[in-house]
Design a binder for this molecule. Structure first.
Ligand SMILES: Nc1ncnc2c1ncn2[C@@H]1O[C@H](COP(=O)(O)OP(=O)(O)OP(=O)(O)O)[C@@H](O)[C@H]1O
Length: 798
């Protein structure tokens, strides 16, 4: 009661503070703890911390124990190092070593292929700034002709290790100064370079500066060897004959006996600020001879460059020039481990060329216009940066106060493509909890869209322009969610920036924040689109063309042919060509593109009447049907899909064996995209363009493509008869609709539309070819709009 009254009076006291004060007074202990944690979360947090501390202590204990064991082993091998005693054997075989020898050994070791893993960040052949210091060792090498007795080196080092074994247990606590001193002393037994002299040098004295490189080198030698000693498992023994051969050639090299065994222990060392890499040890599976032949540095370098060129050749062998894949793997990029997990679980390891070319640029937040061939993985190339953008935005915590922000927006031209990209996005997000992808596409109920957007997570939105604009204009709340947008992607950019879509896209852009990254992707980017791309992209955007200037935009593995045949024969030729392909390809999967939806419908009905296994997709079909057929066609083969241009772009139907285009496409770009439904992911395929003689002019637009003209096949009389019979069965209304659509399409094509009389003639021939006795009449308004009023052969409805 008391607490209730006070609560009313001091409403400004925050809930957690209130609970803290009053629950304590009431004897239950605080209900909330710093950070808004409850009692159990607080307890679990402390338990976790305690466990971590315990593990850390155990780790330290383990390291101490290992160090002790190693010291004991060394003591057994080399006598009592503390007293400076060595076994008689070691004294015989391991004499002192000169500084030059030290450096040569070191240089030899470090110049070997694969030795990069031994270099510290501050040294190694990769960094230009360090060239100087290494050239120092080179010059020493060139003057030094005396062979190196590595056993002596080992002996000296192991001896000094013994002296310094006390350091083993407390290495981590040492400053660089103490490390320096430790290494000096580790060199002090029988070394010409005379580490004793170094004892008197301070790293800050002028004398030291001159000897710094040598000291570094000396230190590194010590580091390598000591680690070998420390982590060694086998005792020294006589080496194999191949090493002895080396020793014949180089005199003292024969004394390397025993050294080879050390390699197994996996050491690490550096020429940099640290004498020993304490954290990283590398076990490499190479042979003894390969590892320590003590060649001179130039020889080693030559060998290295030879190996590199061999590697390159191998790589090129793996990825031929026409391969869509690059040699780069996803785990070499900085995409999130959870995404990597999904990719590797799906067997996706290597990037495609477009992914390799764009990923780092896109992840850097730069705007880009990207052109890459069809079926080469552009969707993944933009989905991966979209996911990274979302992760970054969510981690930065920006926009958390806003209403469920949308961080990435992807625009694409068709509903099927939007659904396909969403499915791929969802698959990539399999292990990312709390990140959602949603679509806004036509053909679904507006209210349902709205409910879904509000109830389910949606950081990545994939939309077709029309439906997104509906939501923006009807104030469904999407505009405020888009204010947090970080990344805007336009797939099939050339189509969306073309006149048909551009106004919608412009309106959408007006609702997006200016501070954003934008990416445009397509397989075709004509010059005009490059110009208008400024509508979306920043001035300093990159243009990434993975096809290359003057290179063919279609795939070499896709055979392209063209048949020019009288227009009236097309409905006979298509079934004939299909049957021919089906006979030759048992696992066929064919797409037939027609110029309009209603012509598509007529072609589908005809093929169905002929008992072919066929489906249809076009804009006049309900969305549910479109989705179902699209999914079915994705998953099956031995199926024919008759479709309009709704399937021309982006649709990824795997293993399509043949694409037939009946009549000219709207432009060259559309021809490439339609053809691109086959030969995906670097596979083979076939494309056939079937045109009428008066459509030949279009071939000029394709003259740079490997399109082979082939003669029209002789029509099979049985097929001809079947077609005639089937056509006769088709409802007149379907044929009339096809005629009107055909007329509308060719009227809109500049080349055929400007001569209306010829167009009317051609339309009449088409009309007869589909079994209509006379052309159906047009509405007056339609005829006026199309400029066909008063043209002979175009009947108008009274
Ligand atoms: N790195 C990869 N390794 C293996 N397969 C990949 C890789 N990247 C993408 N794919 C697969 O390649 C296929 C084609 O990809 P996608 O549909 O993105 O091509 P696209 O370039 O967008 O084609 P279009 O130009 O027709 O839109 C998909 O099945 C996709 O899963």
């Amino acid at each position: 009661m008391y607490s209730l009254i006070l609560r009313e009076r001091f409403g400004s006291i925050t809930g957690s503070l209130w609970n803290l004060i009053f629950s304590r007074n009431m004897g239950g202990g605080p209900r909330t703890f710093p950070g808004g944690l409850n009692k159990w979360q607080w307890k679990r947090m402390h338990e976790k911390k305690a466990r971590e501390k315990e593990n850390k202590l155990l780790d330290q204990e383990k390291q101490l124990y290992e160090a002790r064991i190693r010291t004991e082993i060394r003591a057994k091998m080399w006598g009592n190092p503390d007293s400076g005693e060595k076994t008689a054997k070691s004294k015989q075989s391991h004499g002192p070593m000169s500084s030059k020898e030290h450096i040569k050994t070191l240089a030899d070791r470090f110049m070997k292929a694969g030795a990069e893993d031994l270099w510290n960040e501050n040294d190694g052949p990769v960094k230009k700034s360090d060239q100087g210091s290494r050239s120092g060792s080179d010059s020493i090498d060139s003057t030094s002709s005396s062979p190196i007795d590595v056993r002596r080196l080992v002996s000296a080092t192991c001896d000094s290790m013994g002296k310094n074994r006390a350091f083993g247990s407390s290495r981590r606590g040492f400053s660089s100064m103490s490390r320096f001193k430790r290494n000096e002393s580790s060199c002090d037994e029988g070394d010409d370079f005379d580490a004793k002299k170094l004892d008197t040098l301070s790293p800050f004295s002028p004398k030291f500066a001159g000897t710094k490189d040598k000291v570094k080198s000396s230190r590194s030698v010590v580091g390598v060897i000591r680690n070998k000693g420390l982590f060694g498992r086998r005792k020294f023994r006589k080496n194999d004959s191949s090493t002895e051969e080396d020793s014949d050639e180089e005199g003292d090299k024969g004394k390397m006996i025993g050294w080879m065994d050390l390699r197994k222990t996996g050491s690490s060392a550096s020429l940099g600020n640290h004498d020993i890499k304490l954290t990283k040890r590398v076990n490499r599976n190479v042979t003894d001879e390969e590892l320590y032949p003590l060649l001179d540095i130039n020889a080693v370098r030559e060998d290295l460059s030879k190996r590199k060129s061999v590697d390159n050749v191998m790589e090129e062998k793996q990825e031929p020039h026409d391969s869509i894949y690059s040699a780069k793997r996803f785990d070499e990029s900085c995409i999130s481990p959870l995404t990597l997990k999904t990719l590797s679980a799906s067997g996706i390891v290597k990037m495609t060329r477009v992914q390799d070319a764009t990923l780092s640029e896109c992840l850097d937040g730069k705007d880009a216009l990207v052109k890459a061939k069809t079926g080469t993985g552009k969707s993944m190339a933009f989905l991966l940066p979209a996911i990274e953008t979302v992760l970054k935005a969510m981690n930065s915590g920006k926009g958390v106060n806003k209403v469920a922000p949308i961080f990435a927006l992807i625009l694409c031209p068709t509903r099927e493509l939007a659904s396909q990209i969403a499915a791929e996005g969802k698959a990539l997000l399999k292990y990312h909890d709390g990140i959602g992808v949603q679509t806004l596409i036509g053909g679904t109920r507006f209210k349902l869209d709205q409910q879904r957007l509000e109830s389910e997570p949606c950081q990545i939105l994939i939309a077709t322009p029309g439906r997104l604009l509906d939501h923006i204009e009807n104030k469904s709340g999407i505009t405020s969610r888009l204010m947090a947008l970080k990344l805007f992607i336009v797939d099939e950019a050339d189509l969306l920036l073309d006149l048909g879509f551009r106004r919608d896209v412009e309106k959408i852009i007006d609702c997006l924040p200016r501070q954003r990254q934008s990416l445009l992707f397509s397989a075709t980017i004509p010059k005009e689109v490059r110009r208008v791309s400024q509508l979306v992209l920043k001035r300093d955007h990159s243009y990434i063309d993975t096809i290359g200037l003057g290179c063919v935009e279609t795939h070499d593995k896709v055979k392209q042919s063209c048949i020019v045949a009288p227009h009236e024969s097309h409905f006979h030729l298509v079934p004939h060509l299909l049957k021919e392909h089906i006979n030759n390809t048992p696992d066929y999967k064919i797409i037939v593109f027609c110029s309009t939806g209603m012509v598509t419908s007529l072609m589908y009905t005809l093929l169905r009447e002929m008992k072919l296994n066929v489906r249809e997709i076009h804009a006049r079909k309900p969305q549910l049907h479109r989705t179902r057929v699209s999914d079915e066609f994705k998953e099956s083969n031995r199926l024919i899909l008759v479709t309009s241009d709704v399937s021309a772009r982006g649709m990824n139907y795997p293993d399509v064996t043949l694409v037939i285009q009946v009549g000219i496409p709207s432009d060259r770009e559309q021809y490439i995209h339609r053809l691109g439904r086959t030969g995906r992911e670097g596979k083979g395929g076939e494309g056939l363009l079937l045109i009428a003689p008066w459509e030949r002019y279009f071939l000029d637009e394709l003259k740079d493509l490997p399109l082979e003209p082939i003669p029209a096949p002789d029509l099979d009389s049985i097929v001809k008869h079947q077609v005639d019979q089937s056509m006769a069965k088709i409802d007149t209304s379907i044929k009339e609709a096809a005629y009107h659509a055909w007329l509308g399409y060719y009227n809109s094509v500049r080349e055929t539309g400007r001569d209306k009389t010829t167009l009317a003639e051609l339309a009449n021939r088409f009309c007869h070819s589909i079994g209509l006795e006379k052309p159906p009449a047009l509405f007056r308004r339609t005829a006026v709009k199309m400029g066909l009023k008063g043209i002979s052969g175009i009947p108008i409805r009274k």
